[in-house]
Design a protein around this ligand. Structure first.
Ligand SMILES: CC(C)(COP(=O)(O)OP(=O)(O)OC[C@H]1O[C@@H](n2cnc3c(N)ncnc32)[C@H](O)[C@@H]1OP(=O)(O)O)[C@@H](O)C(=O)NCCC(=O)NCCS
Length: 436
């Protein structure tokens, strides 16, 4: 094997260059020296949608999409889902190590201490339209925390950052639950400090007249596992948004609201809501082959299938399938599971899906469990945002403390006009005609 460099021959000039290879990458800036002459800006890479560009060094989440591997800080997701609570995993993501017993106790105490919302958050939420989508309410209410905690703008201060991180992890479930209650027209339920993270969230969602809400332990544990599975996922669309917006040094509430907006799209966190719509549209197992044919003919996508990184079974989908069985022991079987299993069976044997390496992703089964637990589809993406807040904040911290990072600012390939002669009003043609 030769040295770790890439030899580039520029056939325009006949010159060659040696560019160092480090961690399987070359630095895009090393290409800038490749010029046709002194006036030339230098070579750039063109990578729409960042399909082959590393934008950072990271030691938080590792994915091997071909082998179906997901690890947080080196620990396999399967082990964490089996042995940890979500708050333990959030600690791991943020601080790099699993907490000791006293560290975990303090961490849980701190998060529990910050779950209350300022009354002005409540008033803000009261103002939303009765049928507002919970994601819109969540994004706006997280952004509004920036006005309640203006000191959060001092992102250079590690202690200040940590305080906002605790507030966000603690308050996002409260905002999420308030958004849900608002959409049902029910009064808000305040947090109960005697309950754990998942139980307290369930309490804020579903407590009615009873003096104390007691969650079914199997369902609370299932929700906690789902939180673990969704806590981080490397440089996806919303994590990239978190890093990009955070790189301008906006405060963590505005930055998290931006990441949350990215999550809302149906190609990202909004997919599980779409999966349920799709299963409703299919209606029964018998209609599955016709639906698959429709997708193959180019009419829509099989929601919950395919992934930019996983070209194998999403390891989270496997754990969710297992968790679904535990949930159905309590709630009874969701008949949509039968349609989903049939879809998966047929798709995994079909050449179209096999050739494109399209496997079920995390969203394929999560919606079915959420529905069995009593969640309405409109809140599914909110359920994704709660744990992902921990991942976003870990990515944000890592970005801010990385000396190589600065404000994110991609380049473009210019495809517009060269400089043009100004056109006076009387000579202009309507845009529609001009583009014909
Ligand atoms: C996740 C997703 C956005 C990844 O997209 P991507 O990496 O850009 O992949 P592409 O869109 O380039 O897909 C490659 C090929 O597979 C097809 N494909 C991808 N996902 C598909 C799906 N869910 N159903 C049917 N065909 C799909 C594309 O049409 C394309 O086919 P072509 O090569 O004939 O043009 C995409 O798979 C998708 O939209 N899935 C459904 C939404 C979803 O479940 N999102 C949650 C992600 S966790």
């Amino acid at each position: 094997m030769g040295d770790s460099t890439l030899r580039i021959q520029d056939n325009r000039t006949g010159q060659s260059y040696n560019v160092p290879i480090e961690n399987g990458t070359i630095r895009a800036m090393d290409l800038r020296q490749i010029k046709t002459g002194p006036e030339d800006f230098g070579l750039m890479t063109y990578d729409p949608a960042f399909t082959n560009t590393s934008s950072c060094r990271s030691s938080i989440t590792f994915i091997d999409g071909d082998r179906g591997i997901l690890r947080y800080r080196g620990y396999p997701i399967e082990v964490l889902a089996e042995k940890c609570t979500f708050l333990e995993v959030a600690y791991l993501l943020l601080f790099g190590e699993l907490p000791t017993e006293p560290e975990l106790k303090n961490w849980i105490g701190d998060i529990t201490h910050h779950t209350m919302l300022h009354e002005s958050s409540k008033k803000l939420m009261d103002g939303f339209h009765h049928d507002a989508h919970p994601m819109g309410m969540l994004v706006s209410s997280i952004a509004a925390l920036s006005t309640i905690y203006p000191e959060s703008r001092h992102i250079e201060d590690p202690a200040n950052r940590l305080l906002q991180i605790k507030r966000l992890i603690a308050k996002v479930p409260s905002i999420a639950a308030f958004a849900y209650r608002h959409s049902l027209g029910f009064p808000y339920v305040y947090p109960d400090n005697e309950l754990n993270y998942a139980e307290n969230f369930m309490n804020m969602l579903w407590r009615m007249m009873e003096p104390k809400y007691v969650a079914n332990p199997a369902l609370a544990r299932a929700l906690d596992i789902l939180f673990i599975l969704h806590a981080d996922h490397e440089q996806n669309c919303s994590a990239n948004t978190m890093r990009s917006v955070g790189s301008s040094h906006a405060d963590p509430y505005l930055t998290t609201a931006a990441a949350c907006s990215a999550l809302a799209g149906p190609l990202h966190g909004g997919a599980n809501e779409e999966v349920l719509r799709m299963l409703d549209e299919i209606g029964s197992k018998d209609n599955v082959p016709a639906y698959i044919k429709k997708v193959k003919d180019g009419h829509g996508k099989l929601m919950g299938f395919g992934h930019r990184i996983y070209k194998n079974y999403d390891p989270r989908a496997k754990i969710i399938k297992w968790t679904a069985e535990r949930v159905f022991e309590v709630t009874g079987r969701n008949r949509k599971l039968d349609i989903a299993l049939e879809l998966e069976r047929i798709a995994l044997e079909d050449e179209y899906f096999v050739k494109r390496k399209l496997y079920p992703n995390v969203d394929f089964y999560s919606g079915i469990i959420y529905q069995a637990m009593g969640f309405k589809p409109a809140i599914f993406t909110v359920l994704f945002a709660i744990p992902r807040t921990a991942g976003w904040l870990a990515q944000w911290q890592e970005m801010l403390t990385d000396p190589e990072q600065k404000i994110a600012r991609p380049r473009q390939v210019w495809t517009g006009h060269e400089v043009r002669e100004f056109v006076p009003m009387e000579k202009r043609v309507p845009v529609a005609a001009a583009t014909k």
